[in-house]
Structures are given as C-alpha cells and as structure tokens.
Write a protein that binds this ligand. Structure first.
Ligand SMILES: Nc1nc2c(c(=O)[nH]1)N[C@H]1C(S)=C(S)[C@@H](COP(=O)(O)OP(=O)(O)OC[C@H]3O[C@@H](n4cnc5c(N)ncnc54)[C@H](O)[C@@H]3O)O[C@H]1N2
Ligand code: MOO
Length: 421
C-alpha cells in the first residue's frame, strides 16, 4: 500500500488523478460552442443527408442505357431538353435520346441514372443549353457523379455518438443534420491560487525579495487550453491559516482547485498539511524532474492539486498530471500527448535518478530525421525556455547517460491528445 508521502511514479500519479475525478454534469450549448467538446448523448440526424440525390458535377443527366454503345469511334448524340440549376427541380420526364443540363448540387431528375461532366461532352449544335445537341463518346458508370439521398446519414441515424469529440468538420456535419443545440459535458470551473509571501501581481514592480506571480497566469492559460474555466484567485501569503481559508472557500464553488508554491518541505510550505487537515491527502511526491513536489487530495470531495512553486515544475505537473483529470471531467477519452523519437544533438550525463523532462526543440533535417536539442538552461525556474521550446525530451529513471545521436522519446505538449503521430 502506498502512503501519500511516498514518491510514486508519474504513471501512478496519472492513474490516481483519473481514479479520483468524475465526469461533470452536462449542459446544452449552441452548436458552435460545442466545437472541441465531447457530446454527452448520441446525436441523431433529423433527416436524410443529403436530403435528395443530386449532381456532383456540372454536366448532363441522362438515361445511361442510351449511352451503352457510346465510344470515340461511335459517339452517341442526345438532345438537351432542359436546364436545372442548384435549388431547381426538373419535374418532367427525360425521354430516350434526351438529356438535361444540370449544375453541381441540383436535384437529379427522377428518371436519370447518371451524370456526365461538361468536359467530356461534345457540343454538336447550339451552346450546350436547352435546344442544343450534345455528344457522348463513352458510357458513364452506373450512378456516376451522383450524390445519393442519405449518403452521409439516414433520417434518425446517430451521427455523433455520446463520448465523441466534436471537431470543426463535425460542427458542419451536425448543422446539416439539424442539430443546433448540443448536450456536452460542462467545463470545469478551476480555482487557481498562487501561494507565496514573496509574490506580487504583475505589472507591479516587485520590491526587494519579491517576484511577480507568473504561475497564476501560466496555469490559467493551461486550464483554458485544457477546456476549463480559469478563475485566478488573489495571492495567498505563506501561512497555514490563510491557505486553509483560501482552499476552504475555493472548494465551495469550484470543480477543481489548483495551488502553486508551498508544496515542498520548507518551513513555510503548507499545502500538504492544509489538504490533510481539511480532507484526504492522496499524494505528495512524484518521480519526475522538474516537479517532484506534487500534492493531490480531496477536500469536500473536490480535487485539490498543489503544484510546486518553480514555474517549469508547476507547468510539468499541470501538463502531465492535472490536464488528464480536467479532460476526464469533460468526457474526453484521449489522455496521452503524441510523442516522437528523435536523435539527441548532444550526449548528457544523468546525475539525478528521477525521470527528467528536458525542455527542448525538435527539428527535421533534410534527410527527414528528427533531431532534438535540449535548451542549454534547464532551470526549473524558467517559463521563457518553455516558450521557446516545442517539446519535452525524456531521460528515463536511473543514472544511465545518453550518448550523442541516441534516440530519445519526446512529448509534444502543444499537440492535442487526439493526434496520432
Ligand atoms: N531542501 C529542499 N529544498 C527544495 C527541494 C528539495 O527537494 N529539498 N526541492 C526544490 C524544488 S525541485 C522545487 S520545484 C521547489 C518546490 O517547492 P515549493 O512548491 O514549496 O515552491 P516555493 O518554495 O513556494 O517556490 C519555489 C520557487 O518558485 C517561485 N514561485 C513560487 N510561486 C510562484 C509564482 N506564482 N510565480 C512565479 N514564481 C513563483 C518562488 O519564488 C521560488 O523561487 O522546492 C525546491 N526546494
Ligand atoms: O520539483 Mo523541482 O522542479 O525539480 O524544480
């Protein structure tokens, strides 16, 4: 049995958070606001899509049977008896030896069974419109250039299943299916509480010994990116009472609470005792660098996550652990960021046995090979390095060094989990 104070693996931390969060309730949003969100129920089309058989090309609709003998040597001529634009309907009948000039999207005349595009049809007389005579030097395939009734969806058919993420094209698909209001899982309301008596709010110029609160902004950005609603709270000084009061207040009206700072073992690090005192402490330390000090627990049933104070450590804790929890609450089923393997540009020793996440840049050479170059400054106090990086390269647990050119796994944190590479 793992005690909350034991150091656990990143995978254990991820499993723990996923086992302790639940899908939120649902809300019905206008179609466009459902973009990127997860359908909470099966969504069915209210009609056939397409609603009627129509031409997929500008051309001529005819009885294919009339053209069975058509060839280059023996072209078959037909009379153009009508024109039908998109939006129009040809009510008449096409007799043998006749055809109808038709535009892309126009309803297929009832007795036509193929459409031939303009480009391969010759004009014998006239301008190709009604009253002209046109010639065909081949026979189109059955139902050629016809989009059929209900080809994409039948009336009543489920077009997006419960649990499916709605993409941009899905928004268009649902529009064609008449689904303009979509039940989706609610976005989690996330309180972000920066802890630290040394912090001042930007843009204030910090006095001696003080620094600006940058974590609050970064984590709010991360929350938004993960689909949550970020509620940035005021800075809380390093006292047990102030932090206890802030967490108690935040859990009352949020779905998830994130603190940054005060997560280690210093004299003024209070998130662990506060979670323990107010609720259930489930985890304090994860085998990763940056970001060893990661506190997680439940207070009044609400997940409370204490990220470390160092910016890169807080960022990694969010991306690699919290983000999964926030996504699970919104019904997403993909949790792993895509990864690639790349040759490291320079060998590295490993002095710390933790799994190390190097902030790094991936490039593709002319030979198509990926190379990863870790940033020269790997201090966990820096956001700027992450801004300039495009991946994190992983050095596994243990002390095994890596040699120049070795293949190393890189996670693309900016690429959504749904992408498969
Ligand atoms: N004796 C030890 N000391 C430390 C250890 C250790 O293992 N033994 N681990 C270090 C590591 S690694 C980290 S990460 C930090 C985590 O500690 P805390 O979560 O208690 O972080 P703080 O001490 O509160 O702050 C660390 C650092 O980050 C700055 N900070 C804090 N909040 C913000 C914010 N909102 N915006 C920008 N910067 C922030 C803070 O000023 C400190 O410089 O512990 C190490 N120590
Ligand atoms: O938990 Mo700390 O990052 O390794 O800066």
């Amino acid at each position: 049995m793992t005690a909350p104070t034991d150091m656990i693996s990143l995978e254990q931390a991820q499993e723990l958070i996923l086992s302790r969060v639940a899908k939120l309730d649902t809300e019905t949003v206008p179609l466009l606001d459902a973009m990127g969100r997860v359908a909470a129920v099966d969504l069915a089309s209210d009609m056939n899509v397409s609603p009627f058989a129509h031409a997929a090309m500008d051309g001529f609709a005819m009885h294919r049977e009339d053209l069975l003998e058509a060839s280059d040597e023996n072209p078959v001529e037909l009379d153009v008896i009508a024109e039908v634009p998109a939006g129009g309907v040809f009510e008449g009948a096409i007799g043998h030896g006749q055809c109808v000039r038709i535009m892309t999207g126009a309803a297929l005349p009832a007795d036509a069974d193929a459409v031939e595009k303009y480009e391969v049809v010759g004009i014998v007389s006239g301008d190709g419109k009604t009253g002209s005579r046109v010639s065909f030097s081949s026979c189109p395939k059955e139902r050629a250039n016809i989009r059929e009734t209900g080809e994409e969806a039948k009336a009543g058919e489920v077009v997006v299943s419960a649990g499916e993420r709605i993409g941009d094209a899905g928004v268009g698909f649902l529009a064609s299916c008449g689904v303009l209001e979509v039940p989706v899982y609610r976005r989690p309301r996330v309180a972000i509480i920066p802890i630290g008596s040394e912090l001042v709010e930007p843009p204030a110029i910090p006095g001696p010994g003080h620094i600006r609160n940058s974590n609050g902004y970064a984590i709010a950005a991360c929350v938004r990116n993960a689909g949550g609603i970020a509620d940035m709270h005021p800075i809380v000084p390093d006292t047990l009472e102030a932090l206890s009061a802030a967490v108690t207040k935040a859990v009352a009206d949020h779905d998830f609470v994130i603190t940054t700072g005060g997560a280690s073992n210093g004299d003024y690090d209070f998130i662990k005792p506060v979670v323990e005192e107010l609720g259930e402490l489930l985890m304090t330390t994860v085998n990763m660098r940056p970001g060893k000090a990661q506190t997680f627990g439940l207070v009044e049933g609400v997940p409370v996550f204490g990220l470390p104070g160092n910016p890169a450590a807080a960022y990694m804790g969010f991306q690699l652990i919290i983000r999964k929890g926030l996504r699970a609450m919104q019904g997403y089923s993909a949790f792993e960021h895509p990864h690639v393997w790349a040759h490291i540009s320079q060998g590295r020793k490993k002095k710390d046995s933790r799994r190390i996440f190097l902030r790094a840049t991936l490039t593709r050479g002319d030979d198509g090979q990926l190379t990863v170059t870790p940033a020269s400054n790997q201090s966990s106090g820096l956001f700027g390095v992450i801004q300039k990086s495009n991946c994190v390269a992983i050095m596994p647990e243990g002390f095994e060094p890596i040699a120049t050119g070795d293949l190393i796994e890189c996670i693309l944190l900016d690429v959504p989990e749904e992408v498969v590479l």
